[in-house]
Design a protein around this ligand. Structure first.
Ligand SMILES: Cc1cc2nc3c(=O)[nH]c(=O)nc-3n(C[C@H](O)[C@H](O)[C@H](O)COP(=O)(O)OP(=O)(O)OC[C@H]3O[C@@H](n4cnc5c(N)ncnc54)[C@H](O)[C@@H]3O)c2cc1C
Length: 342
């Protein structure tokens, strides 16, 4: 069975992770169909190896050479899979580029995903951390997905409840690493589109929600402009976007913090809790724009750690720990990393 698979040995992952960390995969397979995954399961030696399911590598921190099999999800294709009075159902294969997929839906006149424009990575990885930005999250328009289960060798369908979505979290982040490979994702895009302008910076740059000039494309274009202004481009400097999640606290804790630091930005959550801007906490600790060797904190957005050259995963972690300790000492809050450490 292994002869039918093009397994490569000792493959550099440097161009396959947006941090640009120089690490190697012991074995590597570009996955083009579910049959490739079935063949992996059928091969005892391959199946026994540690597994990393890889998309665009934009939410990963490689901390060492990977001592197992990297499955690079390369399946492509997107189409309308169904329609009803309420929605258009669109399905895209795991290896499709997320932003291209979003722009394709918008180009066809279907709104819903525009606030998630320009997030790097693949469609298959998007449900893993329930990607979110500018007041929106993937789960809002998610319908279902298909995933290959390495435990059983079956393809399973997951609906929204099965995925157990939460803030930058889902059942796929909680599962044993490498258990599931998401094959395709289906979204239900509403026929009655309503813009989500809850994010103040977005509302400030766009016409009123009742103005006919306000289209999904106009919202997407505004998001792209904001992101290009604020976030470093991984093609120019290695990074994985936000390195920490925004800490969530109860209303009582937030009130106390706000009394001590009146300018602390917080966002009220539907469950009554508050989410605090981690970038602000880091900036207050004086880390914005600082470097330790080649590992650094971005000068335009303190939430983003960057690789200024030849930083290793260990150096990025060491910088992140110093930031965590400083934030803890000053505010009593612990910052959880957002990227997956491998
Ligand atoms: C500049 C920049 C900005 C960013 N902005 C945002 C943002 O605004 N909001 C946000 O939520 N994220 C953001 N991110 C993080 C990242 O873009 C997303 O998490 C994205 O969904 C990761 O996709 P990927 O294909 O690169 O996944 P990878 O980094 O390849 O993988 C991430 C995780 O998903 C798993 N995985 C990947 N593909 C599959 C699959 N097909 N099946 C099962 N598991 C899989 C991997 O094993 C790993 O655990 C940003 C990153 C960068 C570099």
């Amino acid at each position: 069975m292994r002869d039918t698979l093009s397994i490569q040995a000792d493959v550099s992952l440097q161009k396959l992770n947006t941090f640009g960390i120089d690490a190697k995969a012991r074995a590597f397979l570009a996955v083009r169909s579910v049959d490739d995954l079935r063949a992996v399961v059928a091969d005892e030696a391959l199946c026994a190896m540690p597994r990393l399911v890889l998309g665009g590598g934009s939410n990963l921190l490689l901390t060492r050479d990977f001592p197992g099999l990297v499955l690079h999800m390369c399946m492509t294709g997107k189409s309308v899979s169904d329609e009803d009075d309420a929605a258009i159902y669109v399905t895209a294969a795991a290896g499709e580029n997320w932003h291209d997929f979003v722009r394709w839906t918008i180009g066809n006149g279907w709104g819903g995903l525009e606030n998630l424009s320009l997030i790097p990575g693949t469609v298959g990885a998007a449900p893993v951390q329930n990607i979110g930005a500018y007041g929106a999250e993937l789960r809002e328009y998610f319908h279902s997905l298909q995933a290959f289960d390495f435990h059983t060798g079956d393809v399973r369908t997951f609906n929204r409840e099965d995925c157990r979505f939460a803030y930058r979290d889902s059942v796929f982040r909680q599962a044993e690493p490498g258990r599931f490979a998401i094959l395709s994702v289906t979204f239900a895009l509403p026929r009655q589109w309503r813009p989500n302008l809850a994010w103040p910076e977005l509302a400030a740059t766009l016409p009123d929600a009742t103005d006919p000039a306000l289209t999904p494309k106009a919202v997407s274009d505004a998001i792209i402009a904001i992101r290009q202004r604020k976030l470093p481009d991984p093609a120019q400097i290695g990074n994985a976007g936000s390195f920490f999640k925004n800490p969530t606290v109860t209303a009582a804790v937030f009130e106390k913090l706000k009394a001590a630091w009146p300018t602390m930005p917080g966002y009220a959550q539907p469950d009554g809790n508050w989410r605090i801007a981690a970038g602000w906490l880091i900036e207050q600790c004086g880390w914005k724009g600082k470097n330790v060797g080649d590992a650094g904190v971005c000068e335009t957005q303190a939430l983003v750690l960057v690789n200024r050259g030849l930083a290793s995963g260990a150096e990025i972690i060491s910088l992140s720990q110093r930031i965590q300790e400083d934030v803890k000492a000053r505010f009593g809050l612990w910052l959880e990393p957002e990227p997956v450490f491998v």
